[in-house]
Design a protein around this ligand. Sequence first.
Ligand code: PEP
Ligand code: MG
Length: 577
Amino acid sequence: MNSYSGIGVSPGFAIGEAHLLLRDRTDIVPRFIEPEEIPDEVDRFRQAVTGARRQLRAVREKIAQHTRSDIAAFIDTHLLMLNDEALVEAPIASIREKQCAAEWALQLQRDALVRIFDEMEDPYLRTRKDDVDHVVNQILKNLHQEDEDDDLHQLEGKIIVAQDLTPADTILMRHQGVAAFVTEYGGPMSHTAILARSLGIPAVVGVHEATQNIEDTQQLIVDGQQGLVIVEPDGETHDQYLEKIEAERSRTASLQELIGKPAETLDGHRIQLLANIELPEDIATTRDLEADGVGLYRTEFLYMNRSDIPDEEEHFQAYRQVVDGLNGIPVTIRTLDLGADKQIDGSSVDESPVCNPALGLRAIRLCLKEPQLFMPQLRAILRASAFGPIRIMIPMISNLQEVRELKQLVQEAMNSLTRDGIGFDADIPIGGMIEIPAAALAANAFARELDFLSIGTNDLIQYTIAIDRVDDEVNYLFDPLHPSVLRLIQMVIDAGHTHNIPVSMCGEMAGDPRYIPLLLGMGLKMFSMQPGALLEAKRIFRNINATELQARVAPLMTQLDAPDTPERLTRLSGPDA
Ligand code: PEP
Ligand code: MG
């Protein structure tokens, strides 16, 4: 039995047989063909392209029935590329003129295109080379004559192990009943991770050399919670996981009974349970699970997996769809948070020209620097605010100047809409995400100028402890219970109370059953989490006493450095506390 750790990006457990998807371009060795082989080689290449088109169209048709417009757009982009001369005709020219084998000819053209993308000034466009890779892989798969049936069909119950997966593959997998997947590349924000979460498929990414260490048909366990892949588990481990899967199943079923009941503690405190949403289908889940609102709508997902930038109308349509679909519950739209972990799919993560993108020009910094990118989004949010309650939330604020500049831009957007005769909510609340330690330490100042605050613990912990949130080498240091992190969180909650503005938490910590009682004891009343975590959180709230927890937590907060405090906090934070 061996186990490999990666990053668990989609929770849940699965047991099944490994199915390796091998598309390693390093296999491609330069190979010349004889002149008389040229016509057949061109033919082989053309057939591979046709095969790739056929497969993508099949995926496209399938998803059309499932109204996945965002994902359909990925596939459309890839289909367009398959019709593009740059990708299709250039390799044919290399086969004819240089006598290159088809795979090599394709690889040469892929490298040439990627070089062009790399030279682009615009960091967003630079990331589009992932699309080139996805399309190249699709053609290569056909060139390798991998049997389509063997590849993405008959995968019922299998665990896919791949270097990376295309969005098209991931969607197909849902239809094929794939049990889980494991990839070598990618962080929590890679295409595949995003889709896995929204599709409810357990997934672990960043498992280095998975395709070398795991063999086809080996028995695997995927633990999407802990980011663990166990190969050929022994009987005991296998049985433990079977039990976990069973427990998970009955737990999910019993949680459904909580729909329709309030998120209220034993002593009558009503907690606001909010959803973090990304993709359009999160709307239905959020509505069905009766969230009190959306605490975080990650709009940067509108920018991903495509070759152009969304215009104002597209932003507007997306926001309108969310507002209309949520029947009047408030929606907190976070303005664009591109950069660092949200730039790209993990396969090109090391290509960033910036030394440390997490500390660079990202989120609100990027938006303020590039108002032409930002203005269409602001106008669209404001336009959508005429159709339902919307709040604007600014990511990564670090000083008040940013808040003032943002407000200035919002005012300009309002003025331009007024000039155009378009309606909007003139009192739209503007809040900020507290995810930088400097902002937490200055929470009072932000609370004076903003309508609400939301604590982004994913980044707050990363910056407080100085660990990259997507680097599994330092993941062991990622500790929500670190005294410094808790002090910062407490400061933000207190600032909200002092200035009488709402404070929520939308980092993963808020939806983690281990920390919910502690956070409630610290005075937090608004919890925002991925929709799948809402019912479990509600179950916890309905079984705890807020007043009692506050009385237990207050003294602990004054002794955070005492040696036994972490242990006491852990006990307190147990789901059955
Ligand atoms: C966070 O940083 O906690 C957060 C919610 O934002 P994101 O994970 O999108 O950076
Ligand atoms: Mg963040």
